[in-house]
Design a protein around this ligand. Structure first.
Ligand SMILES: [Zn+2]
Ligand SMILES: [Zn+2]
Length: 217
C-alpha cells in the first residue's frame, strides 16, 4: 500500500489544508493511507476516526515533534509526550512507550538532524524523500542512511492540497492501525516513492464495492 506519512492539516498553524479535503482527496491522489502529523500533538484525534474509512482510505494520527537536534514524526498509540524534550530524551520516551520516531527531512538546511543521533544508534528510520526538501537534501539523506544502515520512508510534508500525496511510503502489505505501522517501520519494510498523477492511481480501479473514487481537485 501507499501511505503518505507526513501531512499537516489546518490544525497546524502553518498549514492551509483542511482535514476534510485530505480525507476527500487522498484516494484520488493514489494514496491508500494518510498519517496526519500536525505540529505539536495528535491534534486530529477526536476529529477523525483512526483506521479504514468508508472509501478504504486508512487514516492514522501521529504528530511532528520539533527538537533543537531535529524534527521527528512520532507514531504509535502513545500518551501525550512532555513538551520541549531534547532529541535523545524524546527518542528514548517514544521507544519506552513502544512507538517509533522517524527523523523528518534530516538534511534540510536549517532544520536538519544532529548526525550524532545516527552515530549513537538512536535514529533508525529517516525520510529518504520529503516532498518539501531540495533534491540534494533528499539525496544526502539516502546516502547517509546507506552508510549507517538506516531504513527509509517518504512523505509529502503537505501544507496545501497541491502537495498532498506527491511523496509516499510503499509497504508490501496492508497497514490499518498504529501498531501495524509501528512494526512495519521497525522492521524497515517501507520504501519512499515519488508519486505522479500520470501513473494510474489505485483509486481509478474499481474497488470491491464497485464504486470509483471521485475526480481529483
Ligand atoms: Zn509546518
Ligand atoms: Zn512537517
Amino acid at each position: 500500500m501507499l501511505m503518505d506519512l507526513h501531512i499537516h492539516s489546518h490544525l497546524s498553524p502553518c498549514s492551509r489544508l483542511p482535514l476534510r479535503q485530505i480525507l476527500a482527496q487522498a484516494r484520488c491522489r493514489g494514496l491508500d493511507g494518510v498519517c496526519l502529523t500536525d505540529h505539536g500533538g495528535r491534534l486530529a484525534l477526536g476529529q477523525v476516526r483512526e483506521g479504514p474509512q468508508a472509501d478504504g482510505l486508512v487514516v492514522l494520527v501521529g504528530h511532528e515533534y520539533a527538537t533543537p537536534q531535529g524534527d521527528f514524526l512520532i507514531f504509535g498509540d502513545l500518551e501525550p509526550l512532555p513538551a520541549e524534550l531534547n532529541a535523545a530524551s524524546l527518542l528514548l520516551a517514544v521507544e519506552g512507550q513502544g512507538g517509533v520516531a522517524v527523523a523528518a527531512h534530516p538534511f534540510r538546511p536549517g532544520r536538519g538532524l544532529d548526525p550524532e543521533l545516527g552515530r549513537l544508534g538512536l535514529v533508525r528510520v529517516i525520510e529518504g524523500i520529503n516532498g518539501r526538501n531540495p533534491a540534494g537534501s533528499n539525496r544526502q539523506a539516502r546516502q547517509w542512511a546507506g552508510q549507517h544502515g538506516l531504513s527509509l520512508v517518504g512523505g509529502s510534508d503537505a501544507h496545501s492540497l497541491a502537495e498532498l500525496g506527491g511523496v509516499a511510503t510503499f509497504f508490501p502489505y496492508n497497514i490499518a492501525s498504529q501498531a501495524e505501522l509501528v512494526s512495519a517501520l521497525k522492521a524497515g519494510h517501507g520504501q519512499p516513492r515519488r508519486l505522479t498523477l500520470a501513473s494510474p492511481p489505485p483509486s481509478l480501479r474499481q474497488d470491491q464495492a464497485g464504486t470509483t473514487a471521485p475526480a481529483c481537485l
